[in-house]
Ligand binder design. Sequence first.
Ligand code: UDP
Length: 324
Amino acid sequence: MILVTGGAGYIGSHYVQYALEQGEQVVVLDNLVFGHREAVPEGVELITGDMGDTDLMNKIFTEHNIDAVVHFAAYAYVGESVTDPCKYYNNNTVATLNVLDAMRRHKVNRFVFSSTCATFGNPVRVPMDEEHPQSPINPYGQSKYFVEQILRAYHHAYGFQFVSLRYFNAAGADPKGRIGESHDPETHLIPLIMQTAQGKRQHIGIFGTDYDTPDGTCIRDYIHILDLAQAHDLALKRLRSGGESAFYNLGTEQGYSVREVVSVCEKVCGRKIAVQELPRRAGDPPRLVASASRAKKELGWQPRFENLEEIAQTAWNWETSRRY
Ligand code: UDP
């Protein structure tokens, strides 16, 4: 059985759905601060609590036959991490350490970690492969980077087996419309555009139009949530079959500018979307695009959603029929 921390959140819940379809048994731990009870499928046990609670972690490992942890639970607002770093270091790093130590006590040593391209900081070359230097520029990226360092040390010292997956921009929703993205507050580009298309917002603000990119707006690599889910499943299969611990970058290897994203979404939603040009947002590098060849080669990972239109279509379906 797999313990999925943060399994009621955006990425975690899509993994849970995917893992069930692969025949896995899962138990979800989520404090529901950002997660949604409705995102956890019927029949899956949801334990509502904190991963920093040592007694709770002991109880979970004692009462369930867990052979691996897939760890999504984290706070993920970059801006907030700058104004309240304590919250991010405590939750994303210290509480994760608590999970790892509970695993040690209960002799569970397979760990799949939800990491991020934010561990790299400003790109010195694009596309970014796993050897790109890591120099995170905000506490969010640092809080995940620290966990990666802890994993290296635990691997070396205690024989921990891990795969750390560094996602670029997660986007889209379950194509069957059962679950999707629902953040409060919402800060991500695609859902904000969709909400603008629905008339819930007057316009989408574009953060910076003077970047050194072809149309002056930031370029990102948007990867479908189910493709991320698939990578976690493959990562766990790798660990279970005795594969080496590893780090993988996950993206489609294609960059889209903010203006291009708006234009693709206009096509998908079938309506014009009003934009407002705004100053740059602090901490946004001009271009982030993954090189994902290592994941493809070693995990056999193949993203199925290769173009942004398909990704945006699933996001639009969700936005127009969302349950939470
Ligand atoms: N962005 C934007 N307006 C918004 C939200 C985001 O122009 O209201 C831009 C942002 O500057 C970045 C890209 O869209 O270049 C993706 O941002 P998002 O917050 O979705 O993800 P991030 O790249 O921060 O993980």
